[in-house]
Ligand binder design. Structure first.
Ligand SMILES: [Mn+2]
Length: 296
């Protein structure tokens, strides 16, 4: 039973091509996150935000890699400390590159975890296959040991997540080469058309089995761009026809019922592109639902 929560924000937007997602953590807090979680009775600590260094080296195939890695390293240590104290870390992005640091820490702590990655994108590129060099498209691959290695080498030895327990949900903009890499690695993908066919109820049930059976717990990495842009316009890499808000709630509510979650990220909320903070409010509500907030 989860009782103690830590919130850590990451003011990072250097892994993405558009600026502004660095303001996501504050927007999600303004969306009522801390008040909501406290009302639910949790012992909550807000650890504040990690700020990226002002400058750093860059490469064509890994943009702003020095700043991205520095932030991932600091997040790794904060998440590790939180887990060591028996708490549940909630990481607020920031762009998705930060998930490398958080998942690397959760994986090292529990040794055997599953990952559920809800996202319009695969985030399964390496520095060799990424068309853009943007590092928010690489963390899922990195935490499974398929590179870039520099995104996860923080502890004594990285404990990679076993792809056998990894699930992608809601994919609808996965690059050609990325598809091949995901297939070869053996990640289970429930793209948007499969959700249309069998429904989110069935998809999340299977995902929890894959990620949860035979593991110590599930890390949820939720990219808000998984949701349809009409409901979640405040994000940088918009892809048409995404999850409905109800499908998203069904997914996180079922995860809460499973009692298998051990950590989560909520990423890619961009207040500059938002409408009256509605995307951040949705993100705040989804986090609360993932932690057991019910409608009745
Ligand atoms: Mn993503």
């Amino acid at each position: 039973m989860i009782s103690k929560l830590d919130i850590v924000g990451v003011q990072m937007d250097l892994g993405a091509s558009k600026r502004g997602v660095s303001m996501g953590p504050m927007a999600i807090r303004y969306g009522g996150l801390c008040e909501g979680l406290e009302r639910m009775g949790f012992d909550l600590r807000d650890l504040g935000d990690i700020m990226p260094p002002v400058t750093g080296a860059t490469r064509e195939d890994m943009r702003n890699y020095e700043q991205v890695i520095d932030v991932d390293r600091r997040l790794y240590h904060i998440v590790t400390e939180s887990l060591d104290q028996g708490r549940f870390p909630i990481v607020l992005g920031g762009d998705h590159s930060i998930a490398a640091g958080s998942i690397a820490a959760v994986s090292a702590h529990y040794k055997k975890i599953g990952v559920i990655w809800i996202d319009a994108h695969g985030d399964w590129n390496s520095e060799e296959t990424s068309p853009s060099g943007n590092m928010h498209g690489m963390p899922f691959s990195a935490v499974c040991g398929h590179g870039p290695d520099c995104m996860v080498q923080f502890g004594p030895e990285p404990v990679f997540v076993d792809v056998e327990h990894c699930v992608q949900i809601g994919g609808r903009a996965i690059d050609e080469e990325e598809r091949t890499r995901m297939r070869q690695a053996g990640v289970t993908v429930f793209p948007i058309n499969v959700i249309d066919k069998v429904g989110m109820g069935e998809v999340i049930r299977r995902a929890i089995q894959i990620a949860g059976d035979g593991t110590e717990g599930i890390h949820l990495s939720f990219d808000i761009d998984a949701i349809d842009p009409q409901s979640a316009p405040g994000t940088g890499t918009v892809v048409h026809s995404g999850l409905t808000v109800r499908e998203a709630f069904l997914a996180v509510e079922t995860l809460a019922e499973s009692q298998k979650l051990v950590a989560m990220d909520m990423v890619e909320v961009n207040p500059i592109l938002d409408e009256r903070n509605k995307t951040a409010i949705l993100a705040s509500e989804l986090i609360q639902a993932a932690l057991g907030k019910t409608v009745f």
